[in-house]
Design a protein around this ligand. Structure first.
Ligand SMILES: CCCNc1ncnc2c1ncn2[C@@H]1O[C@H](/C=C/CNC(=O)c2cc(-c3ccc(F)cc3)cc(O)c2O)[C@H](C)[C@H]1O
Ligand SMILES: [Mg+2]
Length: 214
């Protein structure tokens, strides 16, 4: 059977990246996806915004919805302090397995836990099963219509504390209008929009940061 695009990305990383060097893994994926086959990684332009917000948050516990092939997980985890960790949720087993291998090549398997499942099922289990009390940083990059319900669920489960930072990808394209409406009108969130471009394209896109005010 033909290999998937995601398998071809893994092949390229496995062949070209320097083992244990997250930057070289990111560069390899960005080169492959801008020159060979487009893929929905946050990419190098929006990736710089992600880097800045992660550095601002300096999280002990970071959470991600939508691992895909692990590009943003590596981007986030490479900036984490020694005892900090990233939990990333992915419901597609093929993507979870490819991400696990790419994260291993980057040398970040100790800092990243890939949780296979649906975010709406996993979120309520984070306290008991993953010893999560509060989350300091959340990156939303899964199905766009799930941003809003999953944010509400995080709040309801009590994982947000004063200063928790949410960052959402694709605010313009493909867009997450219900999430934007909800978060910008919510009294406890202080929102900032970061205009940018769709990964590897000249198309407009943006990211939205929302700081929880408690
Ligand atoms: C219901 C279960 C919810 N819970 C879930 N729980 C766990 N994992 C989940 C859940 N829902 C989804 N996932 C996983 O997350 C990933 C999904 C990511 C989705 N991302 C996009 O759709 C997108 C599109 C474009 C784009 C732009 C231009 C184009 F022309 C085409 C595409 C660009 C972008 O930057 C984009 O991030 C992964 C594929 C999928 O298995
Ligand atoms: Mg995205």
């Amino acid at each position: 059977m033909d290999q998937s695009k995601e398998q071809r990305i893994l092949n390229s990383v496995s062949y070209n990246a320097v083992k244990g060097d997250p930057e070289s893994v990111l560069d390899c994926i960005d080169n492959y996806c801008s020159q060979k086959e487009w893929a929905m990684n946050v990419g190098d332009e929006k990736g710089v915004i992600l880097d800045k917000v992660v550095e601002e948050a300096d999280p002990t516990i970071a959470l991600e919805f939508g691992t895909y092939v692990g590009y943003s997980a590596i981007r986030i985890a490479r900036l984490l302090k020694p005892n900090a960790r990233l939990l990333t949720i992915e419901f597609n087993p093929e993507f979870a397995s490819i991400a696990r291998e790419i994260i291993e090549i980057a040398g970040l398997s100790e800092k990243i836990t890939i949780i296979e499942g649906h975010s709406q099922d996993i979120i309520p289990q984070l306290r008991e099963k993953y010893q999560v009390d509060k989350v300091d940083f959340v990156f939303l990059d899964h199905w766009k219509e799930r941003y809003c319900p999953d944010t509400i669920l995080l709040e309801e489960c009590g994982y947000l504390k004063k200063g928790s930072i949410l960052l959402a990808d694709n605010i313009v394209y493909p867009g997450a209008p219900d999430f934007v409406k909800y978060i910008r009108s919510h009294k406890s969130f202080d929102c900032t929009n970061y205009p940018s471009h769709l990964e590897y394209m000249k198309v407009e896109d943006a990211m939205e940061k929302a700081v929880y005010m408690g």
